[in-house]
Design a protein around this ligand. Sequence first.
Ligand SMILES: Nc1ncnc2c1ncn2[C@@H]1O[C@H](COP(=O)(O)OP(=O)(O)O)[C@@H](O)[C@H]1O
Ligand SMILES: [Mg+2]
Length: 248
Amino acid sequence: MIKVTNLKKRFGDLVVLNGIDFEVKDGEVLSIIGPSGSGKSTLIRCLNFLERPEAGVIEIGGVRVDAEKCTNKEIRQLRLQTAMVFQNYNLFKNKTALQNVTESLIVVKKMPKKQAEELGMELLRQVGLEDKRDNYPATLSGGQQQRVSIARALALRPHAILLDEPTSSLDPELVSEVLQTIKKIAEMDTTMIIVTHEMDFARDVSDHVIFMADGNIVEQGPPAELLDNPRKERTKQFLRTFHANRKR
Ligand SMILES: Nc1ncnc2c1ncn2[C@@H]1O[C@H](COP(=O)(O)OP(=O)(O)O)[C@@H](O)[C@H]1O
Ligand SMILES: [Mg+2]
């Protein structure tokens, strides 16, 4: 399971995370929603120390790191517990789809190439791209590139997958294939934290939703409660604005 306690991060004078607490049980999906600039990306990046928090305790898959007193070795162990899926895919441009997926298996796990390729093909099958194994990213659609990056994230069998707005860069007609892929992976009991603006998807796939604003968790709960029956005025306002913008 994942447990985050009193996580704090500032950039200069700007407090971006103001003491964040939450838990995700094994196999569960947590969605994080909130206005732009509320600290969602910073939160997810602090979980693997892509950003270094000033304070707080992060526990993932049995590794516990106290940001105020931790060693580089602990940070390395923590990083192995998660894999990240970025808004802009971040694939290696000079590697094929299959090579993107097998890279970490060969370099980090020292897996023999043939075995890595067999596992890589299995993962490409899971995201529906076995016929694209030899394609370079430039010859794939945005949706296909994002599905490769999801297969790559699964390769090292991390304790959890962290997805930061995985469909925000996609043309509208490509969003659903990626959401369907994420849903399928979630149904295989993958633990996930996903920052998203796709409210219908969040309602459908999440076990738990957090609404963030200004570096704080304003409200959290099951999706049906938080998205359809929010208690806090700030949450209601965000959802109203969101639905109004969508109708336009
Ligand atoms: N590397 C950085 N240096 C300075 N300020 C940053 C940095 N990264 C993010 N911020 C600021 O922190 C706040 C939260 O950003 P972010 O976590 O990206 O929000 P969100 O993902 O919710 O849109 C914003 O005000 C943003 O400008
Ligand atoms: Mg962001």
